[in-house]
Design a protein around this ligand. Structure first.
Ligand code: NCD
Ligand code: ZN
Length: 344
C-alpha cells in the first residue's frame, strides 16, 4: 500500500546551530519543503538581524540538491520592543514570534515572566497579523506537571485573547483534550500544531520496564484519553490542526542522565511516524490536509509544489545517529520497528 501527498511542511522544529545543525538539517530537508525554526538557541534569537544570520547559517548547512526554506521566528522576551515586531513583519523571512514562559522548557530562561510586559509587542503583532507561537504551559512548580497546559489555558491563553482578540495564535504541540477543544472552539485566528509522538504515545511510554528518557519531552506525554482527543483533532475536517514535529535533538549523554533533557528526536523519520498514527486511526485520507495544507493556509503561504510517497513497509529505526562533535543522537523508536517508509 502507498500514499502520495503534496510535499509537507514542519510548523515547529528545533534545528540547533553549528555542528548539531549540520547533523540534523538533512533529515528534515529530505521530507519537508519548509519549517518554522524555533529561536531557543543560546543566546536566544530575539532580533530580526540575528534571525537573518541564523537563517544564513541554516542555508549554508543545507546539502546540495535539497530544497528547504527555513521560516524564522523571534524569541519573545519581557523587553521585546514593538519596533522589532515592525521590522519582523517587514522582513520576508520572519514568520512568527515565539512565547516561552520563563523556565517552562529547554533554553527558556530568557522567556517571558509576565505577558503584561509584552503588551506593546503583542498589540503590534495583532495589528500586523504576525502569529504568536505559544508554548502553552505555566512554569509554576506548585502546579502539577500534568496540569500545566490546562492551567495555562485558563490563566494565560484566555486573558491574552481577551486583551488581543484578533491576535493570530498557534497553540504549539498541544497534548490534552482540553487544548484541542479550546482551539476547536476559538476563532479562526487560533490554530494548533500536534507532534507525532503525542499522536502515537501516552505517558505509559515513559515507564515501559524502566525509565525511558527518549520519550521525555515538554509538554510531557499525557493519558490515553488525551492522545485519543489529539488523534480526533488531527484527523478531523477542521483546518486548525497541523503538523509540527517539535523534533528536539539532544546528545545521547544529555538524555541518558540523572537529569535528562526534554525533547524527542523525531525528524529522522517524522513523516513515517505521522503516517503510522493516521493509518492506525483509519484516516490516511486526512493526512495530506494535516501535513501539507492546513499550516500553509493558516500562515497565508502557498501550498508546496511536488509530492512525496510513503509505502507500508517494515524497517528498523537505527539505534543511534551521528550528532555534533562525535556525540550520538538517539531517535525516537530507536532499534524498534517502523511501519511506513518514505520512498520518493
Ligand atoms: C525543546 C528543546 O529541546 O528545545 N524540548 C522539548 O521537550 N520539546 C523545547 C520545547 O519546545 O519545549
Ligand atoms: Zn519545541
Amino acid at each position: 500500500m502507498q500514499i502520495t501527498i503534496t510535499r509537507p511542511d514542519d510548523w515547529h522544529l528545533h534545528l540547533r546551530d553549528g555542528a548539531a545543525l549540520a547533523a540534523v538539517l538533512p533529515h528534515s530537508a529530505r521530507q519537508f519543503a519548509r519549517a518554522i525554526v524555533m529561536p531557543n538557541l543560546r543566546p536566544p534569537v530575539t532580533t530580526v538581524a540575528a534571525a537573518g544570520k541564523y537563517r544564513e547559517r541554516i542555508l549554508a548547512a543545507l546539502p546540495a540538491g535539497l530544497n528547504f526554506e527555513p521560516l524564522m521566528t523571534l524569541y519573545l522576551t519581557d523587553n521585546s520592543p514593538a519596533d522589532e515586531i515592525l521590522r519582523a513583519a517587514g522582513s520576508d523571512f520572519v514568520k512568527a514570534v515565539k512565547l516561552y514562559p520563563a523556565g517552562a522548557t529547554t533554553n527558556s530562561n530568557a522567556g517571558v515572566t509576565d505577558l503584561a510586559k509584552c503588551d506593546a509587542a503583542l498589540g503590534e503583532m495583532e495589528k500586523l497579523g504576525l502569529p504568536l507561537l505559544v508554548h502553552g504551559e505555566v512554569a509554576d512548580p506548585a502546579i502539577d506537571l500534568f496540569d500545566r497546559e490546562n492551567v495555562f489555558i485558563d490563566t494565560v491563553m484566555q486573558p491574552l485573547l481577551a486583551r488581543h482578540p484578533a491576535l493570530r495564535v498557534v497553540f504549539e504541540h498541544i497534548t490534552t483534550k482540553d487544548a484541542a477543544a479550546f482551539v476547536a472552539a476559538a476563532g479562526a485566528n487560533v490554530a494548533a500544531t500536534i507532534t507525532a509522538h503525542h499522536l502515537l504515545y501516552n505517558r505509559n511510554a515513559l515507564f515501559v520496564g524502566g525509565l525511558r528518557p527518549h520519550y521525555y519531552c515538554l509538554p510531557v506525554l499525557k493519558r490515553e484519553v488525551h492522545r485519543q482527543a489529539l488523534i480526533a483533532a488531527a484527523t478531523s475536517a477542521s483546518g486548525k490542526f497541523f503538523l509540527g514535529t517539535d523534533s528536539a535533538p539532544h546528545a545521547r549523554g544529555g538524555k541518558e542522565a540523572a537529569c535528562a533533557c526534554a525533547g524527542c528526536y523525531t525528524a529522522f523519520a517524522a513523516l513515517e511516524l505521522y503516517a503510522e498514527a493516521f493509518a492506525a486511526a483509519g484516516a490516511l485520507d486526512r493526512f495530506e490536509a494535516f501535513a501539507s495544507f492546513n499550516g500553509a493556509d493558516f500562515y497565508g503561504l502557498p501550498r508546496n509544489a511536488g509530492t512525496l510517497t510513503l509505502e507500508r513497509r517494515s524497517w528498523t529505526m537505527p539505534d543511534e545517529l551521528a550528532y555534533a562533535d562525535g556525540d550520538r543522537l538517539v531517535p525516537l523508536r530507536a532499534g524498534e520497528a517502523m511501519q511506513w517508509k518514505l520512498i520518493g
